[in-house]
Design a protein around this ligand. Sequence first.
Ligand SMILES: [Zn+2]
Length: 210
Amino acid sequence: MNDVFKKLIGNPTTREFFIQKIGEEGLALIRILLKGRKYVSEFILAEHSGIYVNTVRSLLYKLYEDKVVSYTRKREKSRGWYIYSWMIHPNRLFEILTKNKRLKIKRIKSKLEAPAKEQKFYCKKCDVKLLFSAAIEYNFSCPNCYEPMKVFSEKKINIQNKKLINQLKMEINKLKELREFIKEETIKPKKKKAVKKKAKKKAVKKVTRK
Ligand SMILES: [Zn+2]
């Protein structure tokens, strides 16, 4: 089960997501939540991670915004406050991350299709791009750093963008693999189901042979 955590954090996309949301220290919570895949009391989370209960709650709330975790709460009768229990939903995580990457691809693709009506000039240093008509006013020098600007090559940019799209597609595939891995890891006790499915397939085959 520890393997699941390692794989999840070993993937740059999922790692970045968690680091941005809950920081390095919060990763300890993910490790614990992945172990049981059930609701875990915030007191147990605090005890096992060494993070204060209040911090546990505020960190996990940040993941709750994206529904990567969910909670149940119980009122403690003697003191009247709520105790939260948290559960992680890796599938939801993969959904979000894959969707984001697909959106990025879409955005880049729309750029690829944009036809260049007028020649453009570019300063790489400042990331400034001007149409020919504007660049001529600056005598083809960057209005920011005064260095000479270069002709902006659509072709080059298209190649770069296509590379980027391929990169994103690869990352989506990696997420898919990871998703499958985590699914397998956590559904191990239900191996019987897979056997049943095979049996069914065989039965179907027999029928079609007739
Ligand atoms: Zn410049």
